[in-house]
Design a protein around this ligand. Structure first.
Ligand SMILES: Nc1ncnc2c1ncn2[C@@H]1O[C@H](COP(=O)(O)OP(=O)(O)OP(=O)(O)O)[C@@H](O)[C@H]1O
Length: 295
């Protein structure tokens, strides 16, 4: 019995001497867990996923999926894993239905009832030709193909890119149901808000290196906000306010403290305009790096 469904040990991939993919990435995904893998463009998310599926060879290090070695046991792994690639380049004149059945048959037996359910949830027209579909519809095909054989592990590389918000919502409902069934899910994304919705833990990757692994609970506790204020009064700058910028009566900063305290402080001055928004991923990374420096 393996206690990690997915285990990476110092997994490293260089495309050539100069081009780094990922460096020394070690992490474990537990059975039944949804693990978010987030990072900006070029961080190494697709490299990690493609290495796990043996679409590219690791330069060094190792990894196991359900106790199977990613290099030696590729075929056995493919039967356990549903994979959604970030890019979907399907072509040909097969209908969607035929294509899903054909493509998923390599991974296992298709559950027709589940296929009908997924197709309906995602509003996918199964009688259309695969080559006539938009990118978003091809992405839906990739989702259904990955799920219809009911794999016990899902490896998803930016699965929501190209999906409209309504369909994204349906997709999260599908993943919620998968989680209830005990499926283990590795979910890569550059959007922290979306992984927050469903993930138990997140790993943050930047410039090929895993920067941190945190529970969503801890991220939410430590999460900063971007605040913009327009005022003619003087705002007292506290140590919870970082990256403070003043411009034409506007003050903007990242706030790392209790929102309640901030609102109390702001209510003491005359405010013409106020916005409190999610910081960008880069700003969150900076926050994490600051924590790194302290520890
Ligand atoms: N085929 C390749 N040859 C050379 N370098 C590559 C290749 N594929 C990726 N890289 C490099 O590896 C690094 C990681 O890229 P990767 O595609 O894994 O990032 P990512 O986090 O998935 O980004 P994105 O969100 O843009 O897809 C980048 O610096 C990229 O330039």
């Amino acid at each position: 019995m393996w206690d990690a469904m997915i285990k990476l040990e110092q997994l490293t991939k260089y495309y050539n001497k100069k081009s780094r993919g990922i460096i020394d990435v070690s992490l474990e995904v537990h059975p039944g867990e949804i693990f978010g893998f987030i990072g900006p463009n070029g961080a190494g998310k697709s490299t990690t996923v493609r290495t796990l599926l043996n679409l590219i060879y690791p330069t060094s290090g190792s990894a196991q999926v359900d106790g199977l070695d990613i290099v030696k046991d590729t075929i056995a792994i493919r039967k356990q894993v549903g994979y959604i690639p970030s890019e979907v380049n399907f072509y040909g004149d097969m209908t969607v239905k035929k294509f899903i059945k054909y493509a998923s048959s390599f991974n296992g037996e298709v559950d027709e009832g589940y296929m009908d359910h997924l197709v309906e949830m995602l509003s996918l027209d199964v009688d259309r030709k695969i080559e006539d579909l938009s990118f978003g519809n091809k992405k839906k095909v990739a989702i259904v193909t990955a799920l219809v054989t009911k794999p016990k592990i899902l490896i998803l590389d930016e699965p929501t890119s190209g999906l409209d918000p309504l369909i994204q919502n349906k997709f999260f409902q599908i993943l919620d149901a998968e989680k209830k069934k005990g499926t283990t899910i590795f979910f890569s994304s550059h959007n922290l808000s979306e992984v927050e919705r469903i993930c138990d833990r997140v790993g943050i990757i930047r410039e090929g290196k895993l920067v941190r692994v945190e529970t969503i609970e801890d991220i939410l506790k430590s999460k900063s906000k971007r605040v913009k204020i327009k005022t003619k009064d003087t705002l007292k700058i506290t140590e919870q306010m970082i990256q403070v910028e003043h411009q034409n009566g506007n003050i903007s900063f990242i706030f790392n403290g209790s929102i309640d305290e901030l609102l109390k402080q702001l209510s003491a001055i005359n405010i013409e305009d106020l916005s409190i928004t999610e910081p960008t991923l880069e700003e969150i990374f900076m926050h994490f790096y600051e924590k790194e420096d302290i520890s």
